[in-house]
Design a protein around this ligand. Sequence first.
Ligand SMILES: *[C@@H]1O[C@H](CO)[C@@H](O)[C@H](O)[C@H]1NC(C)=O
Ligand SMILES: *[C@@H]1O[C@H](CO)[C@@H](O)[C@H](O)[C@H]1NC(C)=O
Ligand SMILES: CC(=O)N[C@H]1CO[C@H](CO)[C@@H](O)[C@@H]1O
Ligand SMILES: CC(=O)N[C@H]1CO[C@H](CO)[C@@H](O)[C@@H]1O
Length: 171
Amino acid sequence: MATYYSYAQPRSVHEFIVKDASGKDVNLSIYKGKVLLIINVASLCGLTKKNYTYLTQLYDKYKDLGFEILAFPSNQFKQEPGTNEEIVEFACTNYKAEFPIFDKIEVNGSNAAPIFKYLKSTKRGFMGDRIKWNFTKFVVDKHGNVVDRISPFTPLKIVEKDLKKLLGVPK
Ligand SMILES: *[C@@H]1O[C@H](CO)[C@@H](O)[C@H](O)[C@H]1NC(C)=O
Ligand SMILES: *[C@@H]1O[C@H](CO)[C@@H](O)[C@H](O)[C@H]1NC(C)=O
Ligand SMILES: CC(=O)N[C@H]1CO[C@H](CO)[C@@H](O)[C@@H]1O
Ligand SMILES: CC(=O)N[C@H]1CO[C@H](CO)[C@@H](O)[C@@H]1O
């Protein structure tokens, strides 16, 4: 009798293992019960300053209520020349990012990190599922469901409104 292997489709972000900036495995199930913003980041100075500053403000405001930002550097947008250590250094020293910065990954194409393949498959963009720009944001609820995909150009006030709803913060 032939053996039939079926590979279960992931059902939640919590089923993924990713690598942190030092190469250690991180089982995303540790984020069960948290509202997540998963972002592909770029780290060139100047252009990204505002993005990091605002994200850090959001993080400070809501982290005690169960909010986490997971930032994945990607150089597919030709702006990320540094090593992982430089990226972490950059985020921590210049912009005080206290949220985790993971290993540098690809977000598009066949070498895209599995977590990004999954994120994109659950929420397609306006023009196909490819990530078109750095700072694309995926919103994940406490159960690991991807509930929204937000363009980098969406004002963060709107993102914040979404987050508050998921965190159960009154208006
Ligand atoms: C991740 O952690 C969960 C909960 O501890 C565990 O059930 C799961 O097997 C882990 N995944 C892997 C691939 O180790
Ligand atoms: C973040 O960067 C994008 C460009 O990638 C820009 O359009 C957006 O305004 C920036 N967001 C903030 C809050 O500065
Ligand atoms: C903030 C930032 O790094 N923006 C860059 C995002 O990616 C595009 C496309 O490569 C660049 O042109 C932006 O400068
Ligand atoms: C393989 C692939 O599709 N790569 C693309 C991913 O998106 C970036 C940014 O638009 C492109 O530069 C890559 O060619």
